[in-house]
Design a protein around this ligand. Structure first.
Ligand code: SAM
Length: 232
């Protein structure tokens, strides 16, 4: 659980314009489209998304869209992030790996939900910025590493859930499958012949069961078990 004391990062602006925009986002973009997990909804209601986007983009922080965060990368559309969190079925205390820290927003949501969060970002500048922001907002227990997340984080495994926030070729990275706990859930956008399909892979002993969800569009996962750097 994140150790932030009584004053959480969003509580101070609950009555402000940003607070109102955030509540509207939760109602209109998440609840109206079927997000039901109360822990997911509460985390979105709490977290100041505008702090995770560049200053020039803050007026759009609660809009129904992905936004650029630098380095050619994006913070995903709120609904897509909520859907991934709901599919991951994160419980308080769960060990969770996120691949693709980006802005740090999803990692902070996971911490709000009480998960033990490990997150990996490939790009050094984004990793530095997210680490500083997560610290500043009080998410001191989020473990963040810069590197190739397609290799997972073997020393911290097994994970109850792994969320990959970047589009991945088939087959899914073997290290991520190996690092799932029994019953663990890998939520991953997988290449499906010209488009990506958000997929949940559930570990059942030595077997892995797949549930296909819906078409999606993420930036590419670049790494040893992802796309090559130039050909993505
Ligand atoms: N979850 C992020 C957030 O809340 O802002 C959004 C992630 S963004 C859609 C995808 C991120 O994955 C980018 O920051 C990109 O640099 C990163 N990425 C791509 N390949 C990666 C890899 N092999 N390991 C770690 N991060 C990777």
């Amino acid at each position: 659980m994140a150790s932030r004391g009584e004053a959480g990062p969003g509580r101070d602006d609950a009555d402000s314009e940003r607070g109102r925009e955030r509540r509207a986002m939760v109602r209109q973009q998440l609840q109206a489209r079927g997000i039901r997990d109360t822990a997911v909804l509460a985390a979105f209601a709490e977290l100041p998304r505008h702090r995770f986007v560049p200053e020039a983009m803050q007026a759009l922080a609660y809009a129904d869209q992905a936004l650029p965060i630098g380095g050619g990368q994006t913070i995903s559309q709120p609904f897509v992030v909520a859907e991934m969190l709901e599919l991951a079925r994160v419980c308080p205390g769960a060990r969770v790996l996120e691949v693709g820290t980006g802005s740090g927003y999803q990692a902070a949501l996971l911490a709000e939900m009480g998960a033990q969060v490990h997150t990996i970002e490939r790009l050094p500048a984004l990793a530095r910025r997210s680490r500083a922001l997560l610290q500043a907002l009080g998410y001191t227990e989020v473990a963040l590493r810069q590197g190739d997340g397609s290799l997972g984080w073997p020393e911290a495994a097994p994970f109850d859930a792994i969320l990959v926030a970047a589009g991945c070729p088939e087959p899914p990275p073997p290290p991520l499958l190996e690092q799932l706990a029994e019953g663990g859930r890998l939520v991953i956008p997988l290449e499906a012949g010209g488009y990506q399909e958000l997929t949940v892979i559930i570990r059942e002993g030595d077997a892995y069961r797949r549930e296909r969800c819906e078409a999606c569009a993420f930036v590419p996962l670049i790494g040893a078990h992802g796309w090559p750097e130039s050909g993505a």
